[in-house]
Write a protein that binds this ligand. Structure first.
Ligand code: G3P
Length: 217
């Protein structure tokens, strides 16, 4: 399972990269705005800074919602850095754009996936990744994990190469549950990665080992 961090915060990206377990970064317009990154020039520069900070794919989302706009923006983003993956929304022109980029061997991430049908369509169009938003489904009392399960079954039935990127992860149980049902990638906040290491028995066990070592030395 690949671990991506879902943030545009450089310090957090560097911290996750420093752990040695990070495989990539996902961003979206809301996450960029949260870091105060506004204006095309600043946004492009920030993507470059992220690419420098991490070894792996960096999803950069287009703002256009029409085919021509998505192609223009996506090509500009892809030309920025070899690690950039063009993030495209699940809309009709987005499907056309996924196919366009797939034919050009430019990596894509189809975002805002909330149904198995949408994931099937994105795979047919040649998306590199699909991003089902599991936390937002849970928020409306619908099983986000159930969607990952459905997409896994469909992709395996037909050997689709599109990777399931479980997004809108909120906590460690989302990560563990997604790993159990075979999501290829998870993207979440730094806490969803770092908190995986926590267990009180590890802490008390280590304290006891150190205490016993001191007694014997
Ligand atoms: O990767 C998608 C993600 O940024 C959405 O997360 O927590 O806003 O639902 P959230």
């Amino acid at each position: 399972m690949k671990f991506f961090i879902d943030t545009a915060n450089l310090d957090q990206i560097k911290e996750a990269q420093g752990l040695g377990v990070l495989d990539g970064v996902t961003t979206n317009p809301s996450l960029m705005a949260k870091e105060g990154i506004t204006g095309r020039e600043n946004i492009l520069k920030h993507y470059l800074d992220i690419c420098e900070a991490v070894n792996g794919d960096v999803s950069a989302e287009v703002i256009s919602v029409d085919f021509e706009g998505m192609i223009k923006e996506g090509e500009e983003l892809a030309a920025l850095h070899s690690q950039i993956v063009v993030k495209i929304p699940m809309i009709k022109d987005g499907i056309k754009a996924l196919k366009y980029f797939s034919d050009k061997n430019i990596k894509t991430n189809c975002t805002l996936i909330f149904s198995a049908g949408q994931a099937l369509l994105a795979a047919k169009a040649g998306a590199t990744y699909v991003s089902p938003f599991i936390g937002r489904l849970d928020d409306i009392s619908t099983s986000g994990l159930g969607l990952i399960d459905e997409i896994r079954l469909i992709y395996d039935n037909y050997d689709f190469e599109t990777e399931i990127l479980a997004a809108s992860i909120r906590h460690t149980m989302h990560v563990i549950d997604c790993a159990k049902v075979g999501a290829d990638v998870m993207t979440g906040p730094l806490s969803s990665i770092v908190d995986l290491l926590k267990h009180p028995l590890t802490d008390s066990g280590l304290a006891k080992f150190l205490e016993d070592y001191k007694k014997g030395n």
